[in-house]
Write a protein of this length. Structure first.
Length: 121
């Protein structure tokens, strides 16, 4: 278990560093958060590539996937995991669960930010 935690932590370090770098390079312009937008889209593309590759490759070990998917992608953007899990629900035909997952995640996420901000104001 400790090895897995280290793999995820190391991947998260690199993913978080990459997120900061991309966001720094693409600072908000005209009020639009380009850095976050690009990170989210790139993270979704990357986790999709990893998911597809790991399902077809004998070289995609669980350790490598922990480092890349959970660690790097998770450190780069959790939006990629959110999107992958949503797609998995759609692919399994769980349309109602998908709708609940997406709507509740966005609504409760916004509400949580509002509550957190209001509490510290």
């Amino acid at each position: 278990m400790f090895r897995e935690i280290l793999l995820v932590g190391a991947g998260s370090f690199f993913g978080g560093s990459a997120r900061y770098l991309v966001s720094y390079i693409l600072r908000s312009a005209a009020g639009f958060p380009w850095g976050t937008f690009v990170v989210n889209v790139l993270g979704c593309l990357l986790i999709g590539l990893l998911w597809g590759w790991s399902s077809r490759s004998l070289h995609a070990t669980s350790s490598l996937m922990l480092f890349l998917s959970v660690g790097f992608c998770g450190g780069f953007t959790t939006f990629s995991t959110f999107s992958k899990e949503g797609l998995a629900l759609l692919q399994s035909g769980s349309y109602g669960l998908y709708a609940i997952y997406v709507l509740a995640s966005v609504a409760l996420g916004l509400l949580a930010v509002l509550v957190g901000f209001s509490v510290t104001k």
